[in-house]
Design a protein around this ligand. Structure first.
Ligand code: ASP
Ligand code: MG
Length: 459
């Protein structure tokens, strides 16, 4: 199930109405080529509405930066240097295609020189985790500065808004929404007449005032946090696919975008592998009731997917699957008529900070699934004190999502009818009204997804 976060929701009074502003977030592929960056410029200037534009790093850059950090962590400076040089070359080719005028090109040269000088200096000092996070931040800093330079070249007035001036997380790595909101409101109040603000996704400051980040794929989360912080009219997430699909288009033949879905449905799908949206990015929008739109840079007029509090339609809406799942069964006759058994079992998982996704119980056994197996052997050892333990690796959770799915007549029969050829190891039904989850051996995942796709949707 979706992990519930320990969020403290303070009163919302700090949210000032800023409903005239919208957020437009562009992912790595949307800024990854010079011509795509030009297209982003087209998209943000289609109307004059005030907007904060949140950019990811150019596609491939964050992976490359991770590679540089890994090489340094291994004390392999030669490899790190090679990787820095390869990335450097990429940027030197990029700006020449992006910018036409000499003055803009000069600016870009300076920006690129500065950031790669920084990476080269890091080669000379001793490496640690804080430095690694500094390395990871370079991608978004570069993409936003180059994009800003493009806007300057085209005489489009815009404000450069460094995310490190307002985006922060606390010692538990939770975003400090109230502070973010106050800082942003105060910064924005200096620019009453400006329309376009450019900022970085992903990066932030931590409680030690060091550069940090919102974890991989975190730019969506940045966009949603910024939207909540300024009470934006809408958070638009621009990617290279036309919205959230009813099934994984990389696996299944025939899928279609879903026009409207609720925050709850989107949260279930984002968690269960629908790669298009970072799962954490739902809550800020949901709690502040800000619509999220998933749109396609390549097809800007396609409707995409709109996510709001409204529950539209009843029954199966979409499927998603997550593999790399391990099922653990604890069987004990002592469970029979005993109380406190489940607490003891859960405490073992809690002790090893391992979150449980699915649970099913019978009178003498309980099965759970986890995706983090880093403490599996310790967990199994401790569980053996309570009964016989069986472990099944290489499982997949298939999640079927839709409003009231667990209450609409016949839906479970329809689902099981599609799976007569595949053994189902666990079924979770009724835990939420919007979700039915099944566990199958990973080898059946693709075929089961296809069969459900053919049987549950009308084509
Ligand atoms: N650039 C970061 C990453 O690749 C953040 C993001 O793109 O969302 O993970
Ligand atoms: Mg992403």
């Amino acid at each position: 199930m979706l992990e519930t976060k320990n969020l403290k929701f303070e009163s919302n009074n700090y949210l000032k109405p800023n409903t005239y502003m919208k957020i437009m977030k562009f992912g790595g592929t949307s800024v990854g080529k010079p011509e795509r960056m030009h297209q982003v410029k087209e998209l943000i200037t289609r109307d004059n509405q005030k907007k904060i534009v949140v950019l990811s790093a150019l596609s491939g850059t964050t992976n490359a930066l991770v590679g540089i950090g890994d090489a340094l962590a291994d004390a392999n400076k030669t490899l790190a240097k090679e990787r820095i040089d390869t990335l450097h070359k990429h940027y030197l080719a990029f700006y020449k295609e992006l910018l036409k005028t000499e003055s803009a090109q000069k600016k870009a040269e300076k920006i690129i020189a500065e950031h790669f000088e920084f990476l080269n200096i890091i080669l000379k000092i001793s490496f640690n985790e804080a430095i690694n996070r500094d390395i990871l931040a370079q991608g978004e800093l570069l993409s936003t500065k180059l994009f800003y330079t493009l806007l300057q070249e085209l005489d489009i007035p815009a404000v450069f808004l460094p995310a490190l001036d307002f985006m922060s997380i606390d010692e538990n790595h939770e975003p400090e929404l109230k502070k973010i909101s106050e800082k942003l409101e105060s910064i924005l109040s200096n620019y009453a007449d400006e329309s376009f603000f450019i900022t970085q996704g992903y990066i932030c400051k931590n409680h030690r005032n060091e550069v940090d980040n919102l974890k991989r794929g975190g730019s969506d989360y940045s966009a949603s946090l910024i939207g909540a912080a300024i009470n934006a009219s809408v958070v638009e997430i621009w990617t290279d696919i036309d919205g959230m699909h009813n099934n994984d288009p990389r696996i299944v033949d025939q899928t279609r975008p879903i026009a409207e879905m609720s925050f709850d449905e989107a949260a279930e799908l984002a968690y269960f592998g629908a790669k298009i949206l970072h799962p954490a990015s739902i809550w800020p929008a949901q709690h502040h009731n800000i619509a999220v739109k998933l749109l396609n840079t390549m097809e800007p007029d396609a409707p995409g997917t709109t996510i709001t509090a409204q529950e539209v339609g009843i029954g199966v809406k979409a499927l998603a699957a997550k593999d790399g799942i391990t099922a653990i069964k604890i069987k004990s006759s002592r469970m029979l008529l005993a109380y406190g058994f489940l607490r003891k079992v859960f405490e073992v998982f809690e002790k090893y900070k391992t979150s449980i996704d699915m649970i099913t119980t019978s009178e003498v056994a309980v099965s759970v699934t986890v995706d983090d197996v880093s403490h599996l052997s310790e967990i199994v050892k401790e569980l053996e004190a309570y009964g016989a333990v069986e472990v099944d690796q290489n499982q997949a959770i298939i999640s079927i999502v839709g409003n009231m799915i667990a209450e609409s007549k016949g839906s479970i029969a329809q689902i099981m009818n599609c799976l007569t050829d595949y053994p189902v190891r666990m079924v979770s039904y009724g835990g939420s009204r919007h979700n039915v989850s099944l566990l199958v051996d990973a080898q059946f995942k693709n075929a089961a997804l296809q069969s459900l796709n053919d049987g549950l949707f009308e084509w």
